[in-house]
Design a protein around this ligand. Structure first.
Ligand SMILES: [Zn+2]
Ligand SMILES: [Zn+2]
Length: 255
């Protein structure tokens, strides 16, 4: 299995995964042109993708789903509530080929299954993902709200993970965000911090985990080097780390 974070952060999320002939996109928060060009630069054709699966209704995840669908013919998969809320937040336009799933349901694409894990994030019906090729399990775990039991269980089962590491608590507290926004981010429906992410990996990642890629970093309340340092301090070399960029593709990462 190969994964590429085409972009990761509140400015737009889109992640590509391939396993054999199965090619999937997770979220459509960057422009169709950007997604196409970034994949092309890495030798991939967006038109070969079988589906774009949406995690939740926030615009950094759904903004361009309509374009992905109309321009490249990609079927869109989302829960009914996510789809309805996404239409309220963004102009998705005509979607001729939408399949809905229930949060918690497992989706199948040939030999690959995609487990959907309901999250307590403050979207209407958010899910995180575990992609299982039959040989390896990849977590796509962002916009988590807080660390919850099923999240720990998922992490313990993985061979690699994109894990939210959204903010540094001190930068959030001393940064430019108004108090209500700070409270939302560190509250139970917001995002998880560098420390929470690192502790989760320290406690739950098993010896089978090959790497962790820190994802959905905040622009204002985090820095890639700081997120990495926090993880290195807590994990003490337990596993290789990558940091997904807000501006360019990260990967291909193999597992
Ligand atoms: Zn997000
Ligand atoms: Zn979100």
């Amino acid at each position: 299995m190969i994964a590429i974070a085409l972009q990761s952060g509140s400015n737009g999320n889109c992640l590509y995964v391939e396993s054999g002939s199965v090619k999937l996109l997770f979220d459509a928060g960057i422009s169709g042109l950007q997604a196409q060009r970034r994949l092309e630069a890495l030798g991939r054709d967006i038109r070969d993708v079988q589906a774009v699966i949406l995690s939740h209704d926030h615009s950094d995840h759904v903004r361009c789903a309509g374009v992905f669908h109309r321009k490249f013919g990609l079927p869109v998969l989302a829960t009914e509530k996510t789809l309805a809320a996404a239409r309220r937040r963004a102009t998705l336009g005509a979607l001729g080929d939408v399949a809905t799933f229930r949060a918690g349901q497992t989706l199948r694409f040939g030999a690959v299954s995609v487990e959907t894990l309901p999250t307590p994030h403050d979207g209407v019906d958010g899910v995180a993902f575990v992609v299982d090729s039959g040989h390896a399990r990849l977590g796509i775990l962002t916009d988590l709200g807080h660390v919850f039991d099923a999240l720990g269980e998922a992490v313990a089962s993985l061979d690699a993970v994109f894990l939210e590491s959204n903010y540094d608590p001190r930068m959030l507290e001393t940064g430019p965000y108004p108090l209500f926004l700070q409270q939302r981010i560190r509250g139970p429906g917001g995002h998880i911090s560098n420390y929470e992410s690192a502790e989760l990996l320290a406690q739950r990642a098993s010896s089978r985990m090959k790497w962790a890629c820190l994802a959905h970093l905040s622009e204002q309340n985090n820095e890639p080097a700081l997120a990495r340092r926090t993880h290195e301090t807590i994990l003490r070399g337990k596993l290789p780390l990558h940091v997904a960029s807000r501006y360019h593709p990260t990967g291909p990462l193999e597992l």
